[in-house]
Design a protein around this ligand. Structure first.
Ligand code: NAP
Length: 259
């Protein structure tokens, strides 16, 4: 039977109040911006990255706001490290509501020069890392009252970038993973979505040659690159009850580039 009961009121200033959210790649860039947004909205954020010092500084900073944070220094390509995150959520925090599979790397080269190691490493962090996160944490979400997962894809996974066959494949793979997991986990109240950022200014893109940056920026209908916080706002929307009936979706955050 369809219920016409009004949805519970949302506090727009505290969209993740008392929620426990795991964010990978949280030490800098887009992941850090997501962690900050989530904490502003009242979440306890489990900060996951390789860089412990940066995570601890961020956790200290977040402790002075409406949310809170804890740190797990972990490599997302390692199944054992995901078990450590799981144990922290289950034993120390009592569950998990949100997972953002944000950690990703690039190892760019044209095909003749791209090594097998470059290909495997990018797939291993971006795609296998997200799959491991979903496989490890979704049972804990199921044991609670459901949850929300957001995978960080990229416009590269939609349009493909020369010199990024590894990265584009990983980011396209995340779309298949998102849709399959959305179908598999929807019955347990778990939503799974993906975000596809375009050109965002972070350490990852600051390595680009200036002429490459300018050429990409010229393709953006809004006329500029995006900020990490603009991606974080989209992730917050999908993760929070604002996106409560959205699952299996791919949200482009690209200023219109690649449409
Ligand atoms: P970033 O500044 O390089 O940040 C990525 C973070 O992930 C870094 O702190 C990095 O740590 C961490 N990380 C790397 N490998 C890891 C691993 N195995 N386990 C745990 N953490 C790991 O990159 P970003 O630009 O914020 O990118 C964040 C995500 O957005 C990535 O998935 C990226 O592909 C995606 N994205 C970015 C853009 C863009 O224009 N910037 C566009 C589309 C999609 P280390 O620094 O120690 O390696």
């Amino acid at each position: 039977m369809t219920s016409n009961a009004p949805a519970p009121a949302l506090d727009p200033a505290r969209l993740l109040q008392s929620q426990i959210a795991v964010v990978t790649g949280a030490a800098q860039g887009i992941g850090e911006a997501i962690a900050r947004r989530f904490a502003q909205h009242g979440a306890h954020v489990v900060l996951v990255d390789l860089n412990r010092d940066a995570l601890e500084l961020l956790a200290l900073d977040l402790a002075s706001g409406p949310g809170s944070a804890s740190v797990v220094c972990a490599d997302v390509s390692s199944p054992e490290d995901h078990e450590t995150v799981h144990a922290h959520c289950r034993d120390d925090l009592g569950g998990v509501h949100v997972l953002v599979n944000n950690a990703g790397i690039n190892r760019d080269a044209y095909l003749p020069k791209m090594s097998l190691a470059d290909f495997d490493q990018v797939i291993s962090v971006s795609l296998r890392g997200a799959w491991l996160g979903i496989r490890t944490l979704s049972p804990l979400m199921r044991a609670g009252s459901g949850g929300s997962i957001v995978n960080m894809s990229s416009l590269a996974g939609k349009i493909g970038n020369p010199g990024q066959t590894n990265y584009s494949a990983a980011k396209a793979g995340l779309i298949g993973l998102t849709k399959a997991a959305a179908k598999e986990l929807g019955g347990f109240g778990i939503r799974v979505n993906a975000v596809q950022p375009g050109l965002i200014r972070t350490a990852m893109t600051e390595r680009m040659k200036p002429e490459v940056w300018q050429a990409k920026e010229a393709e953006v209908p809004l006329g500029r690159a995006g900020t990490p916080d603009e991606v974080a706002a989209a992730v917050l929307f999908l993760a929070s009850p604002m996106g409560g009936y959205i699952s299996g979706a791919v949200l482009e955050v690209s200023g219109g580039r690649g449409i």
